[in-house]
Design a protein around this ligand. Structure first.
Ligand code: PRT
Ligand code: ZN
Length: 300
């Protein structure tokens, strides 16, 4: 019988933009899991972590109410809920543990083509449609602008065409949805990415230790993602030039090549992505037998 109270419950978006990356991250941190029959939970087989699948908007509430110990969700949702909880005088609030390197987008105010806009003051007395009323209200307050916030649950981008609002405030990543709806991005009010939040209720020492280990592993996973291991042969005379071309690398290992006096082997960990252009520059500088390998794990 598994003791459920010592297991860390993590809320993850059931099906959406954050689902695949979040599960992938947990797997990279070493979690092996089996999916429950109802598909609502995953049970960790080798680590005491269980995953609960829910709508992203419910994640801050589940963590705040200590139903889940951790939750993975966008900063946009976290911030909106935090402001709503604060307005209701709820404390202590869930804790932001760390940000993650995916789910990037921004919450922006957008203006319909042909509508005059001369900066934030143009919003004065106008209607702005959004699904983020609290973040928008804070922004307007900070800019000393009074406007009417029209809170919608979705399809914000069509509100101006339907005559329900003058402007909108919505998430943007590539900007193509705005363009398709003949809107342009005027102000960014929040930069967002996925993040982990933790329950405001103190957890047992065992759980705390597992949460610490998870965040350490996530740090490691995020560091190696861009890292590459480069191996190449270099003419001794060109070594200085070639070393300068290796992106984000510390001191490389330099080894003699059997039967060659003028060439050496160079091995280096590069902490930035290695593009084709870099390989071409290395080759032009005299490097040969260039090999780029992914780094699987790293513990500094
Ligand atoms: O069903 P559930 O409620 O769980 O999912 P959801 O539909 O509310 O959320 P989902 O899956 O769309 O997004 C989950 C999270 O991903 C968001 O809360 C953000 O943190 C993050 N994210 C990153 C985005 C985007 N990029 C994004 N582009 N969320 C939404 N969008 C939408 C945006 O609202 C707009 O409609 O995509 C459209 C704009 O995209 P571009 O590329 O055309 O600019
Ligand atoms: Zn949602």
């Amino acid at each position: 019988m598994i003791d459920k109270s010592s297991r860390v419950k993590v809320a993850v978006q059931k099906s959406g933009r954050l689902t695949e990356n979040s599960l992938d991250l947990l797997v990279r941190c070493g979690l092996k899991y089996s999916r429950g029959k109802d598909q609502l939970m995953c049970y960790g087989e080798n680590m005491p972590f269980d995953v609960l699948f829910v709508r992203d908007d419910d994640i801050p509430d589940l963590v705040q109410q200590d139903v889940c110990d951790l939750g993975i969700v966008g900063l946009n949702v976290i911030e909106e809920k935090r402001l709503a909880f604060e307005a209701r005088g709820i404390s202590p609030l869930f804790e932001l543990l760390m940000t993650l390197d995916y789910g990037r987008c921004r919450l922006s105010i957008a203006v319909p083509e042909g509508v005059e806009y001369k900066g934030v003051t143009s919003l004065r007395g106008k209607r702005i449609a959004t699904t983020y009323p609290n973040i928008l209200a804070r922004y307007l307050r900070e800019h000393d602008v009074e406007a009417e916030i029209v809170t919608l649950s979705g399809a914000v981008e069509i509100a101006p065409r339907l005559g329900r609002a003058d402007f909108i405030c919505d998430l943007v990543s590539t900007g193509s949805t705005l363009a398709a709806n003949r809107l342009w991005e005027a102000e960014t009010i929040l930069e967002s990415q996925a993040a982990i939040i933790a329950t405001p209720v103190p957890v047992s020492p065992e759980k705390r230790e597992w949460i610490r280990r998870l965040t350490m592993r996530i740090d490691g996973v995020q560091q190696v993602k861009e890292s590459k291991y480069i191996m190449l042969h270099a003419p001794r005379a060109k070594l200085a030039e070639i070393r300068k071309l290796l992106p984000g690398s510390e001191a490389p290992t330099i080894m003699p090549l059997e039967g060659s006096t003028d060439k050496v082997a160079v091995h280096a960990v590069c902490r930035e992505n290695v593009f084709w252009e870099t390989l071409e520059s290395l080759k032009s500088a005299g490097a040969s037998a260039i090999l780029v390998l992914p780094v699987e794990k790293m513990l500094a």
